[in-house]
Ligand binder design. Structure first.
Ligand code: GMT
Length: 383
């Protein structure tokens, strides 16, 4: 098939997932065209003759306080779909990709070109951003106008049906990982750069937005470090909360035991030197970062929100606690840090369970769904 993929190029989970999906589809022999505002991060080091990138150029003009990205994207879509003769367009994150796709589809229809559109809902496009009154009517309309809709968890599907009047069937296709890239690859030399070989390493990976509750991460670690002094925390990523967090660490005298590593592209080896992943998020439709940690044999201590319990199985791959319950998360963290047998049991289960989300099982579900939507749209799209 000739597939168009629209996504955010940055470090957010939706962009990562969309890029990995496109690369995998390319490896399966499909032609894939990424359309985005800049080169998606994970596309940087890949060279495929059948995977292409089209940059959306936004015109600056003194009249615009903010230049209209959605208009530029729709125009680019019209161009790519027409000249590259795409069979299907798959947009990731509803805002504003689904409505830009709808606009492009309408324009193309006037030229006699049909293009089925699939929208994948990732999380905050429904739970935080999309249902804000400033976007909600457009989001609801463009989801309903998509030919196919997928959500990354059962929880996100329920949230979507609860928050919006959706007439479309929503297909749940979970996030995936490539277990040939994410696996436990323990490197003692790497560990010794951040601490002693017997230290217990905690880790958090995110874009440090308020929804990630990064202060909870540090407070959990602070509790643990008081009881288990041989412990370290690796904070991977960057974002708006980082400054506040670093200030907190300085005031509390935690700097020696917490390493802020910033954004990292390839984190499998870093995750592999860690023992416990902390994800106290306020909202999380799936928790791709937790799955990546689990694939490296790292048990997860998380909140119980959204789709996290579909990934982190309480008492098996880690512990699931009430949102904001720092005391409970700390006590579970201490348990995992001090009971080696329990940690090993959880780590083994993480390695086993994460394989159920391997790219080899999940990508064919998208491929089958594309075929289904193309078939259905042959009947329903006007010619
Ligand atoms: O919040 C993020 O980490 C970014 C966000 C995005 O859309 O870029 O991630 C969402 O999509 C990921 C991939 O489907 C999910 O694994 C994350 O759980 C989800 N984040 C939230 O719902 C907060």
């Amino acid at each position: 098939m000739n597939i168009g993929i629209v996504c955010y190029p940055t470090y957010g989970g939706s962009g990562v997932l969309a890029t990995e999906l496109g690369i995998a589809l390319g490896e399966m022999g499909h032609k894939v065209h990424f359309i985005s505002s800049s080169l998606p991060a994970r596309l940087n080091n890949t060279f495929y003759s059948n995977v292409f990138f089209h940059e959306v150029r936004n015109m600056e003009y003194p009249l615009f306080e903010y230049s209209p990205y959605e208009t530029a994207l729709s125009s680019k879509l019209v161009d790519v779909i027409t000249y590259e003769k795409l069979d299907i367009l798959h947009v990731h994150y509803a805002v504003p990709h689904a409505s830009a796709a709808f606009m492009a589809k309408q324009i193309l229809q006037t030229k006699g070109i049909k293009i089925p559109v699939i929208t994948t809902l990732h999380g905050t496009d429904i739970t935080l951003v999309g249902n804000d009154p400033s976007y909600a009517p457009v989001v609801q309309f463009s989801i309903n106008m998509s030919d196919g809709v997928t959500a990354v968890s059962h929880s996100l599907k329920s949230d979507t049906l609860y928050k919006f009047a959706i007439e479309k069937e929503i297909e749940v296709i979970h996030n995936f990982i490539d277990t040939s890239k994410f696996y436990r690859n323990f490197d003692i030399d790497l560990k010794s750069r951040f601490g002693d070989k017997d230290d217990v390493f905690f880790v958090h990976v995110s874009n440090f937005r308020p929804v990630k509750r990064v202060l909870d991460v540090v407070k959990i670690f602070e509790e643990v470090n008081g009881i288990v002094p041989q412990s370290k925390l690796l904070m991977i990523g960057d974002g708006p909360e980082r400054h506040k967090l670093e200030e907190y660490c300085r005031t509390q005298g935690l700097c020696d035991n917490i390493h802020f590593l910033g954004k990292k592209d390839s984190i499998s080896t870093l995750l592999s030197i860690c023992d416990v992943f902390l994800m106290p998020s306020a909202k999380e439709s799936f928790g791709l970062a937790a799955l990546e940690a689990m694939a490296c044999g790292v048990p997860v201590i998380s909140s119980n929100v959204g789709g996290i319990p579909e990934v982190n199985i309480d008492g098996k791959t880690g512990f699931v606690c009430a949102l904001g319950d720092v005391a409970a998360m700390s006590s579970k963290a201490i348990q995992l840090a001090t009971d080696k047998a329990l940690w090993k049991q959880f780590s083994d289960e993480c390695l086993r369970f994460s394989k159920e989300f391997d790219i080899a099982h999940i990508v064919p579900k998208y491929e089958a769904y594309y075929h289904q939507i193309v078939q259905e749209s042959m009947v329903t799209l006007p010619s």
